[in-house]
Design a protein. Structure first.
Length: 419
């Protein structure tokens, strides 16, 4: 190999090694400070309280679980006081509970996970296109691998505004968020890539209604909320006496939106109810099994297995996010929610330990996710891909660019000296 070629090869090899070092170090949190000492629940809550005071003009509810038991709470608001019974709209966290309903119907043998979703539909069908619609299965819809390219994101409808039907929303969503295609269709080969799709969960909402012959909210109340004791939870018409005020990022009060896409975006719930849902993922102190009879422990384990990957990293199971490995062969799991104008929520738990975090808030579009990312690192010792992309990407790029510049300058100097 001639010297110029050798120099180029060595430079590229060093750049690849540096990129791997930066990516691996970022994933392991080498440059991050812990929000509190490991195991210090009070310290973590104090850190979270400081983030709320510095970054939000709205309201927030936080619950920490340690070993399946509530270890601490924090409630704050710039307006009316809130508590554990205050009801928030939790945006895409709705999808997680919808997935539980789908899996309950799978356990009842009313739905086949690997059957084409079209087998169960009469009211609406995916439009024909380049790819085979029969390859869109229930499993792929749950894991966002069905090849749907709607990009939804629903903004919802103002109070009093006439709502379209589910079929109209699937055909072309009238409340698609900016940048979303809004048409639920198969635009990529099913089963190949992870593509987040609100339209896919609207399709699952229709599936649940078609299979049960009941309205979606009635099914969720009968199959999920009542058995788990979630007495305040609903996808429609929350109790106004407990509904929190909704805030924009500037601290102004705003109306909350109504949705046709209930399964994707419309769950109203409280921290008391969501704590019951989270605790149902663990064995009960009275010997109750995970799933609490709504789902079997075997089904819960199946939902936690990787179904979708991004950059080779497991990111999604059956209806739930896989944030980071938990060190025991499984993952820290859960779901985030974000919606206009400034709703942000997260629930994260380690099934192996019973440790969990729940954050519901309005008034900041990213605060709950930021707190969730820090909790994940604090508990598991690894940084989630979502946190790296949302909060650390600029620092990672600067670190990589500075190292790459040093490598390039050094390689050029070495080549000049060799000449």
């Amino acid at each position: 190999m001639r010297r110029p070629g050798r120099t180029v090869f060595v430079t590229i090899a060093l750049l690849v090694l540096w990129a791997a070092f930066v990516a691996g170090g970022a994933r392991e949190g080498w440059w991050r400070a812990m929000p509190a000492a490991r195991g210090d629940n009070e310290g973590f809550l104090r850190w979270a309280e400081g983030r709320y005071a510095a970054e939000s003009k709205g309201n927030i509810a936080i619950v920490l679980l340690d070993g399946g038991h509530v270890a601490g709470t924090f409630y704050a608001s710039h307006g009316r006081p809130i508590d554990g019974r205050s009801i928030f709209q939790v945006a895409s966290m709705s999808k997680w509970l919808t997935a539980w309903c789908v899996m309950a119907l799978v356990e009842q043998h009313r739905i086949d996970l690997d059957a084409p979703v079209s087998r169960y539909l009469t009211r609406w069908h995916l439009p024909p296109g380049e790819f085979d619609n029969n390859a869109v299965t229930v499993r792929k819809l749950l894991s966002h691998t069905a090849g749907l390219t709607d990009g939804l994101g629903f903004r919802g409808f103002a109070p009093g505004q006439a709502l379209p039907t589910i079929e109209q929303e699937l055909t072309h969503a009238a409340d698609a968020q900016p940048g979303a295609g809004g048409i639920t269709r198969v635009g990529a080969r099913p089963g190949t890539d992870w593509r987040y799709s609100g339209g896919g969960y609207l399709l699952l909402q229709l599936l649940i209604e078609e299979v049960t012959r009941e309205p979606f909210n009635d099914v969720m109340r009968r199959m999920i909320f009542r058995p788990l004791g979630m007495t305040q939870s609903t996808f429609i018409d929350p109790d106004p006496a407990h509904l929190v005020d909704f805030y924009d990022a500037d601290g102004s009060k705003v109306n909350h939106s109504k949705f046709v896409a209930l399964a994707a975006a419309s769950l109203y719930t409280s921290t008391e109810d969501m704590t019951r849902f989270i605790a149902a993922q663990f064995p009960g102190t009275d010997g109750a099994l995970p799933g609490r009879g709504v789902l079997s422990p075997m089904t819960l384990e199946a939902m936690q297995r990787p179904q979708a990957f991004l950059y080779g990293i497991p990111v999604w199971g059956l209806g739930e996010t896989l944030y980071v490995p938990n060190g025991t062969g499984g993952y820290v799991i859960g779901h985030d929610g974000n919606n206009y104008p400034a709703i942000n929520t997260t629930a994260r738990l380690d099934p192996a330990t019973g440790d969990a975090l729940l954050v519901l808030e309005t008034g900041n579009a990213t605060l709950a996710r930021e707190i969730g990312g820090e909790w994940t690192f604090w508990r598991a010792g690894s940084v989630g891909l979502d946190t790296l992309v949302m909060f650390d990407l600029r620092a990672i790029l600067v670190l990589f660019a500075s190292g790459a510049l040093v490598i390039l300058i050094g390689s050029f100097g070495w080549y000049r000296r060799r000449r």
